[in-house]
Design a protein. Structure first.
Length: 165
């Protein structure tokens, strides 16, 4: 009796030439994308720092309202601290400390006191906190965010401090 076997199929795969051509095309495309990727990473770090600063400002404002007392948001370099100032003294009670993203910070130290109504003290004081990254010049392509606190207590984050008004 004769056994029936399925016909042998040809082995499928890539030849060495096809593989080398594919790798060459991928290398060329990656080489063209690297400059844009570095700008994207820089912008992402700046956005992350801006969002962290916004979160801490809103936390300080909420704590001032919740505690019915003055809280202080202080930004120095890349360190953001929130303190309860009702306990007296110049330092108050530390509520929270946060470090911003890698090499992201402020040029000049800034501190904002929020009163029990969530408005900056003295009332009507507007504050601008501009973020920067070491070795980066802010432009339309490299967008450095800016935090704005208006006199009535409104807190917002501008995507590019050059466009903030």
């Amino acid at each position: 009796m004769r056994q029936l076997r399925p016909p042998r199929r040809a082995l499928r795969g890539l030849t060495l030439i096809e593989l080398m051509a594919t790798l060459a095309i991928v290398a060329i495309l990656l080489g063209m994308a690297v400059p844009y990727l570095s700008d994207y990473i820089t912008n992402a770090r700046l956005r992350e720092g801006g969002n962290a600063l916004l979160g801490e400002a809103l936390y300080a404002q909420a704590e001032a309202i919740k505690r019915n007392a003055t809280t202080r948001l202080a930004v120095s370099g890349s360190t953001v601290t929130v303190r309860d100032m009702s306990s007296g003294g110049d330092d108050g009670t530390l509520l929270r400390t946060r470090l911003l993203s890698e090499n992201v910070g402020v040029a000049n130290a800034v501190q904002v006191d929020f009163g029990s109504r969530g408005t900056p003290l003295p009332f009507g004081t507007a504050v601008a906190i501009d973020l920067l990254k070491t070795g980066v010049t802010c432009s339309a392509e490299l967008r450095c965010p800016g935090l704005r606190i208006d006199g009535g207590g409104g807190v917002r984050l501008c995507g590019n401090q050059l466009d903030c008004s």
